[in-house]
Design a protein around this ligand. Structure first.
Ligand SMILES: CNc1nc2c(CCNCC3CCCCC3)c3nc(N)[nH]c(=O)c3cc2[nH]1
Length: 372
């Protein structure tokens, strides 16, 4: 069983091209991880997910502990076998989803108690229980339980949540069962306060993790503030380990974050927008409900070798979304995840070639150019 190892292959400024070796496969970084909330990347089969070039997908403690239950998934052989994905899986610890989805939440030193948004049943999530659930799911990469506060927030509140998350990081590490080829990531908090961010990053590095996530962002702050926070956070993280920016983002957000030292991303945007008729292309997003596509025989992008949409006309995609056909959601989600993988392939090559700044500038110009 290969050990969990991050191989730094090339650096271009603060941008990194690497390879993350895990028990269930290799992940080329920078990487985009499609979100599989309830054991499915919505509207897609895992065969389609594979064809996009994705190498790792996300699962989630919060959703799966409520339904179908972590112990049930363990009895069925773990999440990979349950959903038929043959590669590595990263599971989030559930805290973020509790704070954004659950009802009657109470958070204290021990953890968080809450009522299920599905049937109102009461549940408790502690650092130890979250680690146990992710173990039952057989997650390849496990996330610590953390507290992600809403922005903007008072400094003392940001500090309290950051320090709690650091204590929970320690408890998570104590509870984690090390296994060859599996990893545990800490999560940096601290809002947009760079002194708190530095303290959080150094505190996590002192505890020692297999990778470091930057949490607490993509919660409504302007892109410039997210980038400024990354510039004040990444330099305090070990260069030898992967960095994961949680919940990000639009292609431009990811590209800018790669230039500031981030290696891994997850976001619901490509799949969620695929279900709302949006098609990502290198010339920016298209709303396929727009009547201007009704008679257009061209594919979305004649130069894109996309397994999802290269064989279909815009007119057909327009018809599917107007008719509320399920295939519309499938083809656009598949197209969008493929486009996100294209952006990552381009970034990896550009970093190897020492031209990542130029690649990002060209990508932004192309997306701004608008449709052909
Ligand atoms: C969208 N913006 C954003 N997302 C954040 C997330 C969630 C990342 N995505 C996980 C998937 C979500 C759908 C279900 C499957 C897991 C965050 N998660 C944690 N633990 N901590 C954050 O600070 C944290 C911060 C985040 N900011």
């Amino acid at each position: 069983m290969p050990e969990f190892r991050f191989e730094l292959m090339a650096v271009d400024g603060a941008a990194r091209r690497g390879r993350l070796h895990t028990a269930w496969g290799v992940i080329d970084t920078p990487t985009f991880m499609p979100v599989g909330t309830a054991a499915t990347v919505k509207a897609m089969t895992f065969e389609m997910v594979r064809q996009t070039g994705a190498q790792i997908v996300l699962g989630n403690t919060y959703h799966l502990m409520l339904r179908p239950g972590a112990e049930r998934i363990a009895r069925l052989g773990g999440l990979r076998r349950f959903m038929g994905w043959d590669g590595p899986i990263l599971t989030d610890s559930g805290g973020f989803q509790v704070m954004s989805l659950a009802a009657r939440r109470k958070l204290d030193e021990k953890g968080v108690v809450f009522s299920s948004h599905i049937d109102g049943s009461r549940h408790e999530l502690t650092p130890e229980r979250s680690i146990e659930i992710q173990h039952l799911l057989d997650a390849t990469i496990t996330m610590q339980l953390d507290e992600c506060i809403r922005l903007p927030s008072e400094r003392h509140e940001t500090e309290r949540a950051m320090e709690l998350s650091l204590r929970w990081a320690e408890r998570s590490k104590q509870a984690f069962q090390p296994r060859q080829g599996y990893g545990l990531f800490g999560i940096v908090q601290g809002g947009t306060d760079l002194e708190l961010r530095a303290r959080s990053a150094k505190g996590l590095a002192a505890i020692g993790f297999d990778g470091y996530a930057v949490g607490g962002l993509a919660v409504g702050e302007p892109q410039a503030l997210m980038f400024e926070t990354l510039e004040g956070t990444c330099p305090h993280l070990p260069t030898t380990h992967p960095r994961y920016l949680m919940g990000v983002g639009k292609p431009a957000d990811m590209a800018g974050a790669v230039l500031r030292g981030i290696d891994m991303f997850d976001c619901v945007m490509p799949t969620r927008s695929g279900r709302t008729a949006q098609a990502f292309t290198k010339r920016g997003p298209l709303n396929m409900r727009n009547a201007r596509h009704a008679d257009d025989p061209r594919p979305l992008d004649p130069e894109a070798d996309c397994p999802a949409t290269r064989d279909y006309s815009r007119a057909y995609l327009h018809h599917l979304v107007k008719s509320e056909e399920i295939l519309g959601a499938t083809l656009l989600s598949w197209n969008n995840v493929w486009y996100y993988q294209e952006v990552m392939r381009g970034l990896r090559q550009a970093i190897e070639d020492g031209r990542s700044q130029q690649f990002v500038a060209d990508m932004l110009a192309s997306e701004a150019a608008g449709d052909i």
